[in-house]
Design a protein around this ligand. Sequence first.
Ligand SMILES: Nc1ncnc2c1ncn2[C@@H]1O[C@H](COP(=O)(O)OP(=O)(O)OP(=O)(O)O)[C@@H](O)[C@H]1O
Ligand SMILES: [Mg+2]
Length: 200
Amino acid sequence: MLIVGQSGSGKSTLLNMIGLLDRPSAGEVVIDGMQVARLSDSHRAEIRKNKIGFIFQSYNLITDLTALENVMLPLMMAGNSSNHYLKNKASLLLKKVGLEQQIDKMANQLSGGQMQRVAIARALVNRPALVLGDEPTGNLDSHTSGDVISLMKKLNRDLGQTFAIVTHAKENFGNVDRIITLKDGLIERNEVFDGDGRLM
Ligand SMILES: Nc1ncnc2c1ncn2[C@@H]1O[C@H](COP(=O)(O)OP(=O)(O)OP(=O)(O)O)[C@@H](O)[C@H]1O
Ligand SMILES: [Mg+2]
């Protein structure tokens, strides 16, 4: 799903509400039937950790950790299992995003596209219900941006992973299942498409 609209239309604000990074001053956010806007910070952090992955425009990797360690972090925070198991799980995902050769490289030695693929692996590693991306290809050149978009579409198809992506360049995404257009903080259009890109 894409979220589009002019600068200042409220895309980041919406994403931050859905991702429990921000609280609405009015209205509600409902996740799995639960009203989450007024829950405690710790309860919200728990939901965020278990249900939501984030991909940011500026990658937000920890630059003095390796690619593998960056992807292991959310697993470690979720507090499960042995180091060996975490390493296996994180390296499998790094292979899935095409970074088999870069697993032990420091994050600050990777290219922008490689960093964003690490960030995608990190967002997916806890198998969240939803991955949110605020202009995740905004810092990438058009070729690399195309690669990252193809990767997200492949993961969407192969793993059934839901992505909600804010973008200024929806034409780069090809066919998607839904486009929400915001204007002045309101939903102006909510378009649902079939597999051939036809409006339903
Ligand atoms: N916490 C807040 N309370 C009130 N208004 C806010 C808050 N955060 C952002 N705004 C305002 O809401 C509007 C939408 O901002 P937002 O950052 O969501 O836009 P955007 O669609 O992401 O724009 P861009 O494409 O430039 O990133 C802006 O006018 C902004 O100043
Ligand atoms: Mg924004």
